[in-house]
Design a protein around this ligand. Sequence first.
Ligand code: PLP
Length: 421
Amino acid sequence: MLLHDESPAAVEAREKNFILGTYNRTPFHPRSGKGAQLFDADGRAYWDLLGGIAVNVLGHKHPKLVKALREESDSLLHVSNLFYHPAQGILGERLVRESGLRRAFFCNSGTEANEAALKFARLANPGRSGIVALEESFHGRTLGSLSMTGHEAYRTPFAPLVPGVTFVAPNDVAALEAAVTNEVCAIFLEPVMGEGGIIPLTDEYLFTARKLADKTGAVLVFDEIQCGLGRTGKFFAFQHSGVVPDIVTLAKPLGGGLPLGAVLTGDIIEGLVKPGHHGTTFGGNPVACRLGNTVLDELKAGALVQRVDTYGEWFQRQLKALQAKTPAIVEIRGMGMMWGIELDRPAGPVARELLGKGFVVGTARDRVLRLLPPYIVPKKALTEFISALEQVCRTGALACPTAAATGEGACPTQNHKEKAA
Ligand SMILES: *Cc1c(COP(=O)(O)O)cnc(C)c1O
């Protein structure tokens, strides 16, 4: 069955009838990709500045990933965790050495990595159930990870959740100090918050978290599922501050596009996790781990983390220059290949207008455009994006004061454009 032959209309109609409504999908139908480009069902090309939500760091159809996938699937697609296979150990060793932590556990997704981290933290602190997490954080959708996710709308329909979670405002040192008591078992932080709107935590805040964890015995967990593995211009985001956590969780780009998550544990967890405490059927699958090793190979071979850093600084200057002449752009936040463009109005329509111009971008919360491009993104794509955004600022969805600000109706230039179209 050639799935690519299905027309977009047929795909949408079938989903409407048979797929649960968990996603508010954009009517966009990517069917193939190469490098930082995606091609839709009509063959139209787009710059992919979202990278499958921080997954496709090597872009699409990377020859090394395709080759590794072919080779490894020619041996074994799956082997149970009851037996040995070299793939997990090799990837585990590399991640452990990069992080300075001690051991790795492999799972299939980000939310699973955080679930495992929470269980390991419980082992380190028997009888202590408090968790400190951040307002507007995102740690995943399963019940444990959801319980620590600061976005209230995601949690409310599923209450009661895991009890004992205290949410504090990001970068509020005093609030963190007040929240981390001797009853706290774990502190969960994203060094650069992703879904929350691309909010980097300050060095001071991370230092304080480390100090409080040391004082109380709480396990400091850094969720680097979105910001880790080179995204911020260092291999781990925590390396900017030098604050080393007790546990790091990873996922999104780790499997090169296949589902793969990891938990890296430090000294505080040594000797605690015994057979039977945790496990997974698919976690650390040989094909996913092989691709994970290929991702790490390519980060090194292409000096991609350095590239992310260099291009990130250049891109920030372009974004800030645009912000300086655009009232609708409130703030630019981020680093490396992780950017939030906060607007004075909902970001959804702006993202759709950019899609129409050939740029795939994401959003975060209501008003933030979110960019998570592949690390190999050509400078040309970023330059063209800046021009497209500039155009949206001049004549498109960002051209007018918000209706709220002026008390008026729709934007005249937009009406004009619609009439012309
Ligand atoms: C995406 C994400 C998760 C959840 O990962 P899934 O693989 O979707 O379960 C957790 N934490 C952060 C920071 C994320 O960005």
